[in-house]
Write a protein that binds this ligand. Structure first.
Ligand SMILES: [Zn+2]
Length: 408
């Protein structure tokens, strides 16, 4: 752990037991409300036709009422590497979470060497709620609650990499802060999966392709239903000033069920000819989750949707690249990936709407990057950007480009 953040962790451990948000009302003036929704590997190439067809009405609404564009990501992007960059607005080599494994160990929050945004916000008396955000295991104390996401370890998912323990099956660290919230969630939401389902192996698929694909997609639907219930419960029963929710089944589906053409690398008609709707359907599913979130918030709430990277079909020449496919376990016959050496090949995406944010604004080129998300959120709360942060406030999305706090 780096010196700067070690000090902070010590301060938190020694002196603070944050009240569970929603139970204690602060007497200070109300803070802006911001809801961030993370979607892993959201691919604009797949989303655009769905928007055109009217299959994503909620995202269309956010675009109309806000600003959107590509989000420049880091090189060889994968979830923990990019999410930790978004958390801290520092380079992977600086924050320490360089990939799924760091020095042979599954990435975890103890590796973070730079201060993440939830900690900065908590210190400024902003209440924080986070659920299923990747690379937040074991959970850390915040001024509110935190429920971990991708990379949570547990039964049938001992290494924590791209598998799905249920809340009751978590091992090797806490998945819920504060601890008292865990029994409450089990009682009111049920025993939900913390992350998306593990992808089937080539061996499991052989000879049973259609059957395995269908049952896997059904499990994905169940996981998304559970997540929707969880998000709805949290937004209704534990409202916080800052809320960050995330989804991860989209990315995983894209890896092996991206609707590629027969001439793409890795095309196997037995698998890729079965459910060409599978990957687009994930975004239609996501749009419904977004609808549930939007139903729980008012017009004064900022909504920011971020994707850590996109996902594209494999390319022959990349397979000789030293950075070639390292992001997922090597047993699944994947046909799309995102850890291209040049991160500009697989940009993420960014959508924002809320008080003072311009309407119908499209960010061209790489105006926005994963480094800019944290400074922009801090700006909304009127918190100065810490010097280690490498991004900048996306002032161009605000009607008033000055550095004043956006008013609630
Ligand atoms: Zn992935």
């Amino acid at each position: 752990m780096g010196p700067r953040f070690t000090l902070l962790a010590a301060i938190i451990c020694l002196s603070l037991t944050f009240p569970l948000a929603g139970q204690t009302q602060s007497t200070s003036k109300p803070k802006p409300h911001v809801v961030v929704i993370g979607v892993n590997g959201m691919e604009l190439d797949v989303i655009r036709p769905l928007l055109l067809k009217g299959d994503m009405p909620n995202l269309a609404k956010v675009i109309k009422k806000g600003a959107y564009g590509k989000l420049r990501t880091v090189s060889s992007p994968n979830c923990p590497r990019v999410y930790s960059t978004i958390f801290t607005s520092t380079k992977p080599e600086e924050h320490g979470v360089t990939g799924f494994l760091v020095g042979g160990i599954t990435a975890n929050t103890n590796m973070l060497k730079e201060e993440p945004i939830w900690s900065i916000l908590s210190k400024h008396d902003v209440s924080v709620g986070m659920a299923n955000v990747p690379a937040t295991f074991p959970v850390m104390p915040v001024n509110g609650y935190m429920i971990s996401g991708m990379l949570t370890r547990g039964k049938n998912c001992e290494d924590g990499v791209l598998c799905a323990p249920k809340l009751s099956e978590v091992e090797g660290g806490a998945a819920v802060y504060p601890e008292s919230m865990k029994p409450e969630l089990l009682k009111n939401v049920g025993d939900f999966y913390i992350d998306c389902e593990r992808m089937p192996s080539a061996e499991q698929l052989r000879g049973h392709e259609a059957e395995v694909i269908d049952s896997w997609l059904k499990r994905v639907d169940v996981i998304r239903e559970q997540q929707t219930k969880l998000f709805d419960y949290l937004l209704k029963n534990h409202p916080t000033d800052f809320t960050w929710l995330a989804q991860s089944c989209e990315d995983r589906t894209g890896h092996w069920l991206y609707p590629i053409a027969p001439y793409n690398v890795g095309y196997n008609p037995k698998i890729n000819g079965v459910r060409s709707d599978a990957f687009p359907n994930q975004y239609i599913g996501f749009d419904k989750v977004l609808g549930t979130v939007l139903n729980n918030i008012d017009d004064n709430t900022y909504v920011i949707i971020v994707s850590d990277h996109g996902i594209k079909p494999l390319r022959e020449f990349e397979e000789t690249d030293p950075h070639a496919h390292m992001d997922h376990e090597k047993t699944t016959p994947v046909i799309a990936k995102h850890d291209f050496a040049d991160g500009d090949d697989v940009p993420g995406s960014f959508f924002a709407m809320g008080p003072g944010i311009k309407h119908d604004l499209r960010l061209m080129g790489f105006e926005a990057s994963v480094y800019d998300v944290a400074p922009t959120i801090l700006h909304i709360y009127g918190i100065a950007q810490p010097e280690q942060m490498r991004g900048h406030v996306l002032t161009q999305i605000f009607e008033s480009g000055d550095s004043k706090v956006a008013k609630k």
